[in-house]
Design a protein around this ligand. Structure first.
Ligand code: SF4
Length: 714
């Protein structure tokens, strides 16, 4: 039964579930079309939220292009955005709720059920948890790709009574935020103003290919090369692989894999002992700077040269460039907390922190709060400690679920997130230990395959949503989208939370909207009413909504108060932890364009790009330097096994590549999917499987490297 068919209809099974009311206005709009039209939308395939125009011919969506009117994307889209319709119309999309009747991990274990039946089962669990005063044992993971979805998740979590709404982040994303939080107490991120910087020093970040706002980064690069006739910005790229950014840089400096953090330390050391830093900034922003200076200046610099493979002369060169090219940015590979702390520190020392052409701290936006009343059960649940324990570290959260620390998780919602693929081993172990889990997804992905119930959700072309993102200059852009395709078989995440809220008697007074359209309107009204600057600029709510949808509304940068940052955790630097392992072979994992948030395998166009530099199509490969190949007796195009120290192995085709250092092999993320993705299923391997399981805050394995063996397959 489709969601539409069941709206408001009495059910054959136990209860009558109140489902969202049909949004008739959108039905009218979408059936009243012109022969050809271009309608504005916001891409939802990653968090960047680029503005796009969608072509409709006789009411059918046939194409997308960038929207030049938008302040951030300014007419550009990344390869994933351009391939977005392949996601939308993918033959393996799911259009019915599913229930698991057999073993987790197999698509054959699932059977279709109606929306009402799915909600009935979910509500039974949710109501039981509340009546036994265990509301806090519900955990909700959400990627925060949209503000409406996030605010509804927040609203539901609060009035239901769980402190466990987790902002799910990819393994490469949360560490910098964690470093900012540890040093400043601000929950936020660093945004890099590539467009106005005179110098960009990247410590292992292939930012032209994998920056989380890919389109802005590339536009910033183009702008920095052309905007001032007399100044051409310079890029220094430090990493073991000749990446896209290394190719476009002015200087590529090789560094041993996963030791880019040490390279930052080497530069910080040189800045400090040579006095080549901005004293005013250092004193203004750094707590106990003299102590920090003293501990860093005692570091054994020769050991850093040895660990990184970067010569002293090169360290001097980078330091000199940073000292003479204000404004300048240092960006790092998001590996471990220690490296991220140093990245923050180096940006302060250059004197370009929180300035045009520098690195800005952007605090995470609070969820917009809807009016709510909390009953005693909700208040009791919210008073319990959260599984995050006030940290942003996703790995710790997954470990706590497994260890039942500080309590058992009884139910979980995975809202369009995929920990089983993103955190191999850990993600599956966590979900297997949860008695009841529900995944909100468009596909039978790896996490959905272990869930008890799967709810099919809308794509960005089928839903109301609000997006807040930031320009390179740290201005806020507020944009929105409306459904351009009517799909009654699926539900938006906001509608799912609304339905759950409406059907739990004690909390239903907090869910008075009829559907997500009403939530969207409420959200926009509240935003408009709360901002005097917007009210002065725009005629009224309707103009605000139209402009936000058409081109996005620029809200000038907010001044944020930043107290002194406390880098005391950097005093734990211990160079002895680093082994002398020059002779071992290391596997480095990298992100091809469009796979920066791991997803993309649903789009054949994107898969074509993974190995294009090596003439490899839809095949998993490993890049091997010619000297390494000779040492290990490997031939180009041959098949090898790569095995880690735990005995786990993956299979790959050897591609001889001069752009990778000797003794390092590199493999791309993107293939190796066990979820139901049609043509992609079963092709290649997921190199994340070889990353060591154990980690500490100071050595983060997933984006570090793994020591491996490589052998020819028989
Ligand atoms: S960067 Fe690409 S995937 Fe992300 S929002 Fe923009 S176009 Fe979409």
């Amino acid at each position: 039964m489709s969601a539409a068919a069941s709206f408001g209809v009495g059910l054959a099974h136990s209860k009558e579930i109140i489902l969202p009311k049909i949004d008739e206005s959108i039905e009218r709009e979408l059936t009243n079309f012109l022969p050809e039209e271009w309608l504005p939308s916001v891409c939802g395939l990653c968090r960047a939220g680029c503005s796009m125009l969608v072509r409709k011919v006789n009411g059918k969506v046939t194409g997308v292009k960038g929207n030049k009117r938008n302040e951030i994307s300014k007419g550009a889209l990344c390869p994933k955005g351009f391939a977005g319709l392949q996601y939308q119309f993918h033959p393996q999309r799911i259009y019915s709720p599913l229930i698991r009747k057999g073993e987790g991990g197999s698509p054959d274990s699932f059977q279709k059920i109606s929306w009402a039946e799915a909600f009935d089962l979910i509500l039974e669990r949710l109501i039981k948890l509340r009546t036994t005063n265990r509301a806090n044992s519900l955990i909700i993971f959400s990627r925060r790709k949209g503000e409406l979805e996030w605010s509804m998740a927040r609203h539901f979590a609060d009035v239901y009574g769980t402190p466990n709404l987790i902002e799910y982040d990819m393994p490469n994303d949360f560490l910098l935020s964690e470093a900012i939080y540890k040093t400043s107490g601000i929950k936020g991120d660093l945004s890099f103003d590539f467009s106005s910087a005179n110098l960009i020093v990247s410590f292992g970040n292939d930012w032209l290919q994998t920056y989380r706002d890919f389109v802005s980064a590339n536009r910033g690069y183009a702008q920095s090369k052309t905007s001032q006739p007399d100044v051409r910005s310079k890029i220094i790229q430090i990493e073991p692989r000749y990446s896209i950014t290394a190719m476009k840089s002015d200087r590529w400096i090789k560094c041993n894999p996963a030791e880019e953090g040490m390279a930052v330390l080497g530069v910080v050391f040189y800045m400090i002992i040579s006095g080549n830093y901005d004293t005013e900034f250092a004193n203004d922003y750094i707590e106990n700077f003299d102590d920090l200076k003293e501990s860093i200046s005692k570091i054994n610099f020769d050991r850093i040269v040895e660990i990184t493979g970067i010569s002293e002369m090169e360290f001097r060169y980078i330091t000199r460039e940073l000292a003479s090219a204000k404004p300048a940015i240092a960006i790092g590979r998001r590996t471990d907390l220690f490296s991220q702390g140093l990245i923050l520190l180096i940006n302060i020392l250059t004197g370009s922190f929180n300035q045009l052409g520098g690195a800005w701290i952007i605090p995470h936006d609070d969820a917009l709060l809807f009016n709510k009343s909390l009953d005693p059960t909700a208040r009791s649940g919210l008073s319990k400690v959260s599984l995050t324990k006030n940290s942003l570290n996703m790995i710790k959260v997954l470990e706590r679920i497994i260890e039942k620390d500080p309590y058992r998780v009884d139910a979980a919602f995975f809202c369009n997130v995929n920990p089983v693929y993103n955190y191999p081993g850990l993600g599956a172990d966590a979900i297997k230990g949860i008695p009841f889990s529900v995944t909100f997804s468009n596909f039978l992905d790896e996490t959905a395959l272990y869930s008890d119930i799967i709810l099919p959700i809308t794509t960005f072309l089928e839903e109301y949503e609000v997006k807040i993102n930031y320009s390179l200059e740290a201005n806020r852009i507020f944009s929105t989208r409306k459904p351009l395709i009517l799909n009654r078989d699926v539900m938006s995440t906001a509608d799912i939370f609304l339905t759950m809220g409406k059907n739990i008697k004690e909390i239903r007074n907090n869910f008075l909207w009829d559907n997500s359209k009403e939530i969207y309107e409420d959200y926009i009204r509240k935003t408009f009413d709360s901002d005097p600057e917007i009210r002065a600029r725009l005629e009224g709510y309707n103009e605000f909504e139209r402009s936000a949808r058409d081109r996005g509304i620029l809200i000038p940068r907010r001044e944020i108060k930043i107290d002194k940052l406390d880098f005391k955790f950097l005093k734990d630097i211990n160079l002895d932890r680093i082994k002398n392992n020059r002779d071992t072979l290391k596997l480095l994992i990298y992100f091809p364009s469009g796979f920066n948030d791991f997803e993309g395998c649903q789009m054949p166009y994107l898969l074509d790009t993974i190995g294009s530099h090596l003439n490899s199509i839809w095949e998993f490969f490993v890049e091997v330097n010619p000297f390494t190949a000779e040492k290990y007796n490997l031939k180009g195009e041959s098949i090898v096994y790569i095995e880690n120290q735990d005995g786990k192995n993956i299979r790959a085709r050897v591609k001889i590549f001069n752009g990778i250092m000797d003794n390092v092999i590199a493999a791309p993320i993107g293939l190796g999917r066990s979820g139901e993705f049609g043509l992609t299923k079963g092709i290649g391997d997921n190199p994340l499987k070889l990353m060591p399981k154990s980690f500490s805050e100071f050595v983060f394995p997933v984006f570090g490297f793994s020591e491996v063996r490589i052998t020819n397959a028989k």
